[in-house]
Design a protein around this ligand. Structure first.
Ligand code: MN
Length: 245
């Protein structure tokens, strides 16, 4: 089995090192990741400048671009054969609910999905890398268990509680929860007195009840949400078509 690994925290992040090490036990692994932290990059491609692909001493490739750039370049310019699976992460912190839209971790997996390759995004429930080796073991076991059920239509968003292995509860299939609108922007001044802005943190959860990813991880379960990319609002489409007829 051949697995391509990427992330959005950058090729030096502990999460991608732990994931690559764990998956190396069961597959041939190639890592292509951003040269720096590109969390929040979503599905952006760099179209305004050329990209370079360099290799670190440990064999990891790194690109001066986004997670989507990394997977795109790996699939179109680096790899001789298509990988059987593309895995992204393990992200530093959760990617649940509406956050998945902004996530570079999910985006790297989505890029593979758009190429028709099964893809999984892995994130930890909390920031800070606590028990990252345990999370990587859970990720490896998940890949082993699900590999033969995956298809070109598989885009899975997995969030793993930041707990010791023995304390993590069984996998639950979930839907994405919802958040309230994000917190307000933070105004400040640069050293020259110009007003600057920091994007505020995510808003509080709004739909985090049973059945959601938020709820599963809060209870200590591994959450798995199958994703799709089609944003069409089918009900509104039908209504709009009737109105316009
Ligand atoms: Mn990240």
């Amino acid at each position: 089995m051949r697995i391509l690994i990427s992330n959005d925290d950058g090729y030096l992040a502990p999460g991608i090192h732990a994931l690559a090490k764990a998956l190396s036990a069961i597959a041939d692994v190639v890592v292509v990741a951003p040269d720096s932290n590109r969390s929040g990059a979503s599905n952006s491609l760099s179209l305004d400048r050329p990209l370079s692909l360099q290799q670190a001493d440990n064999g990891f490739y790194f690109v001066n671009g986004t997670p989507t750039d990394c997977v795109h370049i790996a699939l179109t310019a680096l790899l001789d054969q298509r990988p059987d699976l593309v895995v992204s992460g393990i992200n530093n912190g959760p990617n649940m609910g509406d956050d998945t839209l902004y996530s570079g971790t999910v985006a790297a997996a989505t890029e593979a999905y758009l190429f028709g390759i099964p893809a999984i995004a892995f994130s930890q429930g909390d920031h800070g890398w606590a028990h990252i080796e345990d999370s990587a073991r859970i990720a490896r076991e998940f890949v082993e268990r699900r590999m033969h059920s995956l298809s070109a239509a598989s885009l899975l968003n997995v969030n793993i509680p930041s707990l010791p292995y023995a304390q993590v509860k069984p996998i639950q299939a979930t839907r994405l929860g919802r958040r309230h609108q994000s917190e307000g922007v933070i105004r400040s001044q640069d050293p020259r007195g110009r007003e600057i802005f920091w994007i505020g943190p995510p808003g509080p959860t709004r739909d985090a009840g049973p059945g959601t990813d938020f709820h599963a991880v809060a209870q200590g379960h591994v959450s798995v949400t199958p994703l799709q990319v089609d944003l069409t609002h089918t009900q509104q489409l039908d209504q709009l078509a009737r109105e316009l007829a």
